[in-house]
Design a protein around this ligand. Structure first.
Ligand code: ADP
Ligand code: ASP
Ligand code: MG
Length: 293
């Protein structure tokens, strides 16, 4: 089950997430995005820091409060102190030093700036996943940085299926009972170990990769609309939910810009004939869309 930014973005949506996961009679691997808007903020703060504008640290404090408020609203009491401390640790000992380094090193080489910003942007999912794992008494965290591997490809990067497959099998070899929680989007370079990612919107792809490698019974994409629709409901208020579509139809609409699923998501699950459900975290009773052969 992959939960996107809005689905982990508020106390209300996190409580819905908890109910959705708890309602499952099967073992669940939850893949989370950063809290809605936080990835954009992390990147905007990178820009600000490079301009020596340290007001980015004010934004960081607002983000700290947002995460702490969420913890107070949703994390089980026995875990709360630990999760608060985790958030503070990543903000004070990791994000802040990165932003200060960007702001105070005018001659930093471009590739080092890029590496630093990739490390920074990974914190969105790291923080949100700490909260989500802390919502379940039996929450088991699985840090994606330990098993998702990318390699350079032209100007971008692609997943290294072989190495990722090997590491995922190791990580999830003895998948005990409980609710398993992983971060979407984030990865490491296979050769250097630098933090990388699968591209904006890439949490869907992480979930598809894990579903494929672990032979999941289904992939559920939980988002903020009732399903895959005939058009973007934000710009086409008359759009309607498509109840069932083929992988090919979904791929075509994603390639044409339907943002509801990140385009690379479809191919791996299609190859293994894993059904993909698109469901609404804010309206779980709605049937949603199923994507199958
Ligand atoms: P998440 O944070 O859950 O990944 P996204 O914002 O990436 O969510 O994707 C969901 C959004 O995609 C919806 O809010 C909707 O505005 C937009 N969207 C664009 N095209 C479609 C479509 N064909 N069907 C449904 N939603 C669409
Ligand atoms: N948090 C990342 C982004 O905003 C990945 C995702 O949400 O899928 O692009
Ligand atoms: Mg998305």
């Amino acid at each position: 089950m992959k939960f996107g930014g809005t689905s982990v973005g508020s106390i209300e949506s996190l409580l819905n997430l908890r109910d959705i996961v708890n309602a499952s009679s099967k073992p669940v691997l939850v893949v989370v995005s950063a809290m809605g808007g936080f990835t954009n903020q992390l990147l905007a703060m990178c820009e600000q820091a490079q301009q020596r504008d340290i007001s980015c640290l004010d934004t960081l404090e607002a983000a700290r409060k947002r995460h702490h408020d969420a913890i107070d609203g949703v994390v089980v009491e026995s875990m709360r102190d630990e999760v608060h401390a985790t958030i503070d640790h990543f903000i004070d000992d990791s994000l802040k030093p990165y932003y200060l380094a960007l702001a105070t090193n005018p001659h930093m080489p471009v590739d080092e700036i890029e590496r630093m910003c990739d490390a920074i942007v990974a914190h969105g999912e790291i923080l949100s996943s700490a909260i989500v794992a802390g919502m379940f008494d039996d929450g088991v965290p699985h840090l994606s940085l330990n098993y998702m591997r990318t390699v350079p490809d032209g100007h971008g990067r692609v997943l290294d299926w072989e190495e990722t497959g090997r590491l995922v099998k190791e990580e999830f070899a003895a998948m005990a009972d409980g609710v398993h929680v992983a971060q979407g989007f984030i990865s490491r370079d296979k050769a250097t170990g630098d933090v990388t990612n699968l591209g904006r919107g890439g949490s869907d792809y992480t979930a598809a990769i894990l579903a494929t490698l672990l032979d999941a019974e289904a992939l559920e994409i939980w988002t903020d609309v009732d399903g895959f629709m005939t058009a973007d409901p934000r710009t086409h208020p008359d759009a309607t939910v498509i109840q069932q579509m083929t992988y090919a139809q979904a791929q075509e609409m994603c390639d044409a810009g339907a943002k509801v699923i990140y385009p690379p998501t479809i191919a791996p699950v299609a190859m293994k004939h894993i059904p993909v459900w698109v469901k609404n975290t804010f309206n779980p009773a709605a049937t949603g869309t199923v994507i199958i052969d």
